[in-house]
Design a binder for this molecule. Structure first.
Ligand code: HEC
Ligand SMILES: [Cu+2]
Length: 418
C-alpha cells in the first residue's frame, strides 16, 4: 500500500505539540522568567513585549499580503501572461523606511534598558560576591563579614549588587525568577544588580547555565527573599561563630586561642547561642519545587540507626584529624578549620541543601555524603571518606576511612553548627 502522508493530521499534531510547549513555557512555573519580582525582570519583560508585538505585527502583515497575493493574483485559465516590471523607486523606499522605523522602535528601548542594567549599581546596594567553583557556589557578603555557600538570602526592596568571579572555569549565574543570567569568568569581574520586590518572602531556584564540566547540571543554588529585618537578623547570625559561642553570662573566649586549646573548646553543642531572631528560612514553608528530589545512589548503605546518637565532641575532633575535613573546609571560630577548597561549613546546619542544591541537608544525606561524596556527585574534589568504600574517581577502595559510627559523630557535630 502506498504511503499517504496526511498533511491535515500532521498539522494538527504539530499544533497540539506547539500549544503544549507554549503552555509549559509560559505557565506559572515558579522558575519562569515571566515573574515580575525585580526591576530587572520588569524591564526585560517590557522589551520582550515590544519585540513580541512588533514581530507579531510584521509577521501577520507580511504573511497577510503574501496569502492575499497568492489568491488574488493566481493564474486563471485563459489568462494572458502579466506585465513584467523592473524597479519601483517608491516601493523600494517604502520597504526600506518601514523596517527602519520598526528597528528604531526596537532599538531605542533596547539601548535604554542595556544602559540602565549595565550601569553601576546604586552605592548603597547590598554587596554580594559570587564565586563559581566546580561545582558549587560561594557567596560572600563583605559588608556583613558573612561567607556561605549555595544559598543566598536577599532582602526585599534593597538593590543587591553581585560581583561575579570564578575560581576555575566559566560558569554562569542565573536565578530565572529574579533576573537574567550573567557569565562568571576567571580573571574577570562581571556585575549584575537588581532589586527583589515581591510582596512576600519567597524561594527561587538558581543554577549554573554555562557548561562547566561533569556536574554542570548539579551546580544549583537557592535564593531566599526575606524582609529587611529578617535579612539583617540572618546576616548578623551568620557572621557569628556557631561554635564556642559562650553561653550567656560565660566569660568570652580568648581572642587568639592556641590551636590546641581551641580544639578542646570546640565541642560545646549546647552553647550554640542565637541572639538574632531570624536564623534561617522556615523549612516547613519551603515549597516543593525548591526541595531537592535527587534519589540516593543505590548501593550506598549507611547504618541509619547510628544517627541521632552521635558524639559531636568526637565528630569535631575527627574533622581536624582522621577525617581530613580541615584541608578543605572552614568553620569560623576553629583556627584549625580554615580550608578554602570546599564550602564554608560555619553555619552548615542553617542551610537546607548540600552538594550545591543536589540533596536535602539532613542527617541521612549528610552521613552518606561524608561516606562517599563521589558516589553522590561524581568526580568532585571532596574525596570518598568511608571505610571500605570504593572511590569511583580514584578507582580504589578506602582501607583506612571513617566508620559509620565516626561519620555519625561528625554528622552530630555538623548538626550543631546552626
Ligand atoms: C579534598 C577536599 C575536601 C575534603 C578533604 C573534604 N571535603 Fe567536603 N567538600 C569539598 C568540596 C569541593 C565540596 C563541594 C562539592 C560540590 O558540591 O560540588 C564539599 C562539600 C561538603 C559538604 C556540603 C556543603 C554544602 O554546602 O553543599 C559537606 C557537609 C562536607 N563537604 C563535609 C565534609 C566533611 C565532614 C569532611 C571530612 C570528613 C569533608 N567534607 C572533607 C571538599 C572536601
Ligand atoms: Cu558551573
Amino acid at each position: 500500500m502506498p504511503f499517504h502522508p496526511r498533511p491535515r493530521r500532521l498539522a494538527q499534531a504539530a499544533l497540539t505539540v506547539a500549544l503544549a510547549l507554549f503552555v509549559v513555557a509560559c505557565g506559572n512555573h515558579p522558575d519562569t522568567i515571566f515573574h515580575h519580582r525585580t526591576d530587572f525582570n520588569r524591564d526585560v519583560d517590557f522589551l520582550f513585549k515590544i519585540l513580541l508585538w512588533a514581530g507579531g505585527f510584521v509577521f501577520v502583515f507580511v504573511e497577510g499580503i503574501l496569502v492575499f497575493t497568492m489568491f488574488r493574483f493566481r493564474h486563471r485559465p485563459g489568462q494572458a501572461e502579466p506585465k513584467h516590471v523592473h524597479g519601483n523607486t517608491t516601493l523600494e523606499i517604502t520597504w526600506t523606511v518601514i523596517p527602519l522605523l520598526i528597528l528604531a522602535l526596537i532599538a531605542i528601548p533596547s539601548i535604554r534598558t542595556i544602559f540602565k542594567t549595565e550601569a553601576p549599581a546604586r552605592p548603597d546596594a547590598l554587596q554580594v560576591e559570587v564565586i563559581g567553583h566546580q561545582w558549587w557556589w560561594e557567596f560572600r557578603y563583605p559588608q556583613y563579614k558573612v561567607v556561605t555557600a549555595n544559598e543566598l538570602y536577599l532582602p526585599i526592596g534593597r538593590t543587591v549588587n553581585f560581583t561575579l568571579h570564578s575560581q576555575d572555569v566559566i560558569h554562569s549565574f542565573w536565578v530565572p525568577g529574579l533576573a537574567g543570567k550573567r557569565d562568571v569568568i576567571p580573571n574577570h569581574t562581571n556585575y549584575l544588580w537588581y532589586t527583589p520586590d515581591s510582596t512576600g518572602a519567597d524561594v527561587y531556584n538558581g543554577a549554573c547555565v554555562e557548561y562547566c564540566g561533569t556536574n554542570h547540571g548539579n551546580m544549583r543554588f537557592k535564593a531566599f527573599t526575606v524582609s529587611q529585618a529578617d535579612f539583617e537578623s540572618w546576616a548578623k547570625h551568620q557572621a557569628t561563630n556557631a561554635i564556642g559561642t559562650p553561653p550567656a553570662g560565660a566569660p568570652a573566649a580568648p581572642a587568639t586561642p592556641t590551636a590546641q586549646a581551641s580544639i578542646a573548646a570546640v565541642p560545646t553543642p549546647a552553647a550554640t547561642v542565637t541572639q538574632a531572631g531570624f536564623v534561617e528560612y522556615p523549612r516547613d514553608k519551603i515549597p516543593a519545587y525548591a526541595v531537592p528530589q535527587t534519589p540516593l545512589p543505590a548501593g550506598l548503605q549507611f547504618d541509619d540507626a547510628l544517627l541521632g546518637h552521635g558524639d559531636p565532641a568526637n565528630g569535631a575532633k575527627l574533622m581536624v584529624g582522621q577525617g581530613t575535613c580541615l584541608a578543605c573546609h572552614a568553620i569560623a571560630g576553629n583556627p584549625m578549620m580554615v580550608g578554602v577548597v570546599g564550602p564554608n561549613l560555619t553555619h552548615i546546619a542553617t542551610r537546607t541543601t548540600i552538594g550545591a542544591g543536589l540533596y536535602p541537608n539532613d542527617p541521612r544525606h549528610l552521613a552518606r555524603w561524608i561516606k562517599n561524596a563521589r558516589m553522590m556527585k561524581p568526580d568532585i574534589v571532596m574525596p570518598t571518606l568511608g571505610k571500605g568504600q570504593f572511590d569511583p574517581t580514584m578507582k580504589s577502595t578506602m582501607t583506612m576511612g571513617l566508620t559509620d559510627q565516626q561519620i555519625a559523630d561528625i554528622v552530630a557535630y555538623l548538626e550543631t553548627l546552626k
